[in-house]
Design a protein around this ligand. Structure first.
Ligand SMILES: Cc1cc2nc3c(=O)[nH]c(=O)nc-3n(C[C@H](O)[C@H](O)[C@H](O)COP(=O)(O)O)c2cc1C
Length: 186
């Protein structure tokens, strides 16, 4: 029997590490779970208007989204609790170094193996949130997490955010072929 609750939750949520530069070219990063793919080539993230990241995105209109990994989970969590508004050397403190993207004016975090390069299409101020819609214009991926030239989830160590227990979880193994396993009911 199902029980009824007033409040819902979405699962699974991603752990996205958004990389930006400020006006002086100082790199910053923050952890974001409220984001995802919209359509074939676009992403949307929902940000607090007061974050340093939000200011940087308004300024440059470009950013990166790296996927958090199990190996770097402490650093990924740290960028979600410390703000670049208060901690000037936030990335240095958690051991992250960066390389500037050749496609967008934003940093690619060296220690995270996969990152999207994003260009802002629209910024909406709605319900107290800054909603950023962006086109994905490129992807950077370390060869170490690839198999046959493609990013391999088994090697990448991606994680998800569990809002019920407020913990990070690893992504499990592949269980069935998409648009394939269900065809037995056709
Ligand atoms: C697991 C996790 C998920 C988060 N998701 C979001 C989010 O989706 N949107 C948001 O505005 N803040 C989110 N935060 C909070 C920001 O990452 C945090 O306030 C950060 O310090 C902002 O950094 P900045 O001011 O340097 O940009 C999240 C934090 C954690 C730990």
């Amino acid at each position: 029997m199902k029980r009824s609750f007033e409040k819902g939750f979405f699962a699974p949520l991603p752990v996205l590490i958004i990389g930006t530069y400020d006006a002086e070219g100082t790199p910053n990063a923050m952890n974001a779970a409220w984001g995802g793919q919209i359509g074939m080539t676009q992403v949307s993230v929902s940000l607090s208007p007061s974050h340093k990241t939000t200011e940087n995105i308004r300024l440059n209109r470009e950013f990166t989204i790296a996927y958090a990994t199990a190996e770097q989970i402490a650093a990924c969590d740290y960028v979600g609790v410390a703000s670049g508004n208060k901690v000037g050397n936030k990335l240095e403190k958690c051991g992250f170094t960066v390389t500037k993207s050749d496609k967008v004016n934003a940093p690619v975090i060296d220690q995270l193996p996969v990152a999207l390069e994003c260009r802002v299409i629209d910024i909406q101020e709605e319900f107290g949130e800054t909603r950023v819609v962006a086109e994905v214009v490129g992807l950077k991926a370390d060869e170490s997490v690839m198999t046959d030239g493609k990013v391999d989830y088994a090697k990448a160590g991606f994680v998800i955010y569990d809002t019920v227990t407020k913990t990070y979880r690893t992504v499990g193994g592949s269980i069935a072929g998409a648009r394939s396993v269900g065809r037995k009911f056709e």
